[in-house]
Design a protein around this ligand. Structure first.
Ligand code: BGC
Length: 748
């Protein structure tokens, strides 16, 4: 600790600021010059947990109760504190405040990241981002802590619901669109968690051991796309280590790759509660420590004094914090209303869910025809939709649409007595309708026979997971015994009565489907679709919306088919689940203290398509109420290495619908990996995609997919450089297992 005398001497050495010097966009260097070292250190360290814990600790001095954190103000230089709030599915703040009795601050629970990615619609994400950004703006938020965009390396990651895809191009493009949308309202974003935070078990201590090629082509590529194509104001550095070095003090990651190679001009803030060597974080280019402890301020001052950290390293971070501050609504003194347009945003949330819901199976049952006027809705989640996952991705929603009501609005009645049974169950278990945040009571056994008088059965299967813990295989990836027994009973009773069975999956991450799909006549994947999600679902069931969602990840047959299952926590011990303040001792345990990314590029469809291994539902898959023909393709490469692929599709069915055209780079020569060997050259890689407009029956559209050279290139670890494919071969089609069109390239 620095003795007070020394500290005084140190502070006295700083240039005194003229009283008139106040921060503006053009005087950042002068402000830095005028700051004392202590002031500089103060600016790099957030204000602590006050706003996040305002509900418990009190709201005094807190700008926005429930926001995740703030920076610190330096009033003498006109530097305000700016407010940072979660999260990826909408603004997460306290819905009520002691200081404003009678007023509420609910936010729109938008569909979760997985639903948004399933839309494959960049315009839609931009629209959602714009609505989210305006909500943040009106609630006094300066930076929204999202999007979450880690790659879905393994289906059991507890936070997959917040993320976009197993593919970096889809994840990167979707995140970029979301960032553009949010930032279009003058509010910042924080793309997270940079990088390789692919498991929750021991997330603050786990060392992700990954080779360069895999890191660059898979785990960093999505962030690279977001940075190059949307310039997020900030990025959030993750808790974990990468090859032995914490991401938050990783100079290679935060300075060399992010700033020198990708030209990132924004700020990096640390993820919350992972206390590190603060000096090393500053030196690496981690500008802002969140949520911030007073001891970190002292640590920075001490390290400069000892010469461990240079003042110019501190200045670089201070400059970036000030560059952020001057962009914010708070600096512009924006007069926020605290009354966002929740009604308009609910409509956006519904539209996005309607495009993200994926129809996995349909044996001639959907959409409901005129013969369906009553349905028997089974499953707890059927009466209490799981809107999103738990933890910082949770949103305190203003309302939630429930399936029976949404069906009723479309002229279909859910059996009222059955509804009564489930609603009693929810009440007994104290689950408030539609506000299910953490945990869902287990299903109870049902006897479906009394309800077979209904015209169809809908069985909603729910799953909940979230921050700090990974999912398990038993009773989570797999159906529970009660769910399976209920499904079997419902299926046989309704089929015996000549009625159809629809299964709805209200889940945040992939589950096993292969063993039971035949028991259902239709399977609709609603994901965790936000407050309006079940209105969108009812619209799909009733044919108001033609499904156009496509899977952003693979549904494998068995969990053990996934190569990373060899190197992923399996039923982690409770002690390995990271509580917010827990310090973890490195005991060298595989998949807890370190994780080998031994499968290399063999993630998701890159593995399944290269190995020729059967899956339950392939990446990119989703049914529609119409059919599209793939008519023609042409591809050309320009001198700068960028490619342009044009694909013409036609709606050949009877319903108006949208198609998602997917363009893959093919390597027919890629060898099938030997059992247990990693994939080093994938047979297929998604390079671009486009969603058509709503095409009427008989209507055609030619979409143009432009592929930038940095997306087309592959990384050569030996030379440490990127190279473009010599004679690229592109395949196009509706999913990675069905690619009817192919084209070599002519020169543009
Ligand atoms: C999460 C972040 C979140 C932050 C602030 C952390 O624990 O990992 O995603 O933004 O908390 O709530």
């Amino acid at each position: 600790m620095i003795r007070p005398v020394l500290m005084t001497a140190l502070l006295a050495a700083a240039t005194p600021a003229p009283d008139s010097l106040q921060l503006n966009e053009g005087n950042i260097p002068q402000i830095v010059e005028a700051m004392t070292l202590k002031e500089k250190a103060t600016l790099l360290v957030g204000s602590g947990f006050k706003s996040m814990l305002a509900g418990n600790l009190g709201e005094k001095g807190v700008l926005v109760p429930g926001a995740a954190g703030t920076t610190r103000a330096i009033p003498r230089l006109g530097i305000p504190a700016v407010v940072l709030s979660d999260g990826p599915a909408g603004v997460r703040i306290n819905p009520t405040r002691k200081r404003s009795p009678g007023k509420t601050f609910y936010a729109t629970a938008f569909p979760t990241g997985t639903v948004l990615a399933s839309t494959w619609n960049e315009d839609m994400l931009q629209e959602v981002g714009s609505a989210m950004g305006s909500e943040a703006l009106e609630y006094g938020i300066d930076v929204l802590l999202g999007p979450g965009m880690n790659l879905m390396r393994n289906p059991l990651n507890g936070r997959n619901f917040e993320y976009y895809s197993e593919d970096p191009v889809l994840a990167g493009k979707m995140a970029a669109a979301m960032i553009r949308g949010i930032q279009s309202r003058g509010v910042g974003t924080s793309a997270k968690h940079f990088a390789l935070n692919n498991q929750e078990t021991n997330r603050a201590g786990n060392d992700a051991r990954v080779d360069d090629k895999t890191a660059r082509e898979l785990y960093l590529k999505g962030f690279e796309i977001a940075v190059r194509e949307a310039a997020p104001w900030t990025l959030m550095s993750s808790y974990n280590k990468i090859n032995g070095e914490y991401a938050q003090s990783n100079r290679w990651l935060l300075t060399r790759v992010l700033r020198e190679e990708w030209d990132f001009g924004g700020l990096v803030m640390s993820d919350w509660t992972g206390k590190r060597d603060t000096g090393a974080q500053v030196a690496a280019g981690n500008d802002l420590m969140e949520p911030g402890l007073n001891s970190q301020i002292r640590e920075i001052v001490r390290q400069v004094r000892r010469g461990v950290l240079t003042e110019s390293e501190v200045d670089a971070c201070v400059t970036r914090v000030l560059e952020l501050v001057v962009k914010t609504p708070r600096f512009r003194e924006y007069a926020y209303s605290e009354e966002p347009d929740l009604q308009a945003h609910a409509l956006v949330a519904r539209e996005a869910a309607a495009e993200g819901i994926v129809l996995l199976r349909n044996e001639g049952v959907l959409p409901f025809g005129g013969d369906v006027s009553t349905v028997a809705v089974f499953g707890v989640a059927g009466y209490s939709c799981i809107l999103g996952g738990t933890g910082s991705g949770h949103v305190n929603a203003a309302h939630a649409v429930q399936l029976p009501d949404a069906l009723q609005a479309r002229g279909i009645t859910a059996e009222p007595a059955l509804r009564g049974i489930y609603e009693n169950y929810l009440a007994r278990n104290r689950v408030s309708q539609g506000m299910l945040g953490a945990g869902i009571p287990a299903e109870f056994a049902v006897d479906p026979s009394p309800w077979t008088g209904a015209d169809a059965a809908v069985f909603v299967i729910g799953r909940q997971a979230g921050e700090s813990g990974d999912r398990h295989v038993e009773d989570d990836f797999l159906l529970t015994d009660i769910e399976r027994a209920n499904l079997e009973a419902i299926s046989s009773a309704f089929r015996a009565a000549g009625k159809k069975v629809i299964v709805v999956l209200n889940i945040g991450g992939v589950i096993e489907t292969a063993s039971w799909k035949d028991l259902a006549d239709a399977i609709v994947l609603s994901w965790q679709p936000g407050e309006e999600g079940f209105a969108a679902l009812a619209g799909i069931l009733c044919g108001e919306t033609c499904p156009s969602g496509r899977l952003p990840m693979t549904f494998p047959i068995r969990y053990s088919d996934v190569p990373s299952s060899e190197n992923f926590p399996y039923n982690p011990e409770p002690e390995d689940i990271m509580g917010p303040f827990k310090k973890h001792r490195d005991r060298g345990r595989p998949n807890v203290d370190f994780t080998e990314y031994a499968e290399k590029l063999g993630v998701g469809y890159r593995y399944f398509s290269t190995a020729g291994k059967e899956v339950s539902y392939p990446f990119g898959f989703g049914l529609s109420y119409t059919v599209f023909s793939y008519d023609s393709i042409s591809a050309a490469v320009a001198e700068d290495g960028s490619a342009e692929v044009r694909v013409c599709v036609t709606n050949r069915g009877n319903a108006a619908g949208k198609e998602v055209v997917q363009v893959y780079l093919a390597r027919p020569e890629a060898a099938v990996p030997e059992a247990g060997a990693p994939v080093t050259r994938p047979a297929l890689e998604l390079k671009g995609f486009a969603k058509t407009s709503l095409l009427a029956p008989g209507e055609s559209q030619t979409v143009t997919v432009r592929i930038a050279p940095y997306i087309l290139a592959s990384f050569d670890a030996e030379s440490g450089s990127w190279s473009l494919p010599q004679e690229p071969l592109f395949l196009a089609g509706p999913n990675c297992a069905e690619l009817p069109l192919s084209a070599g390239c002519r020169d543009l």
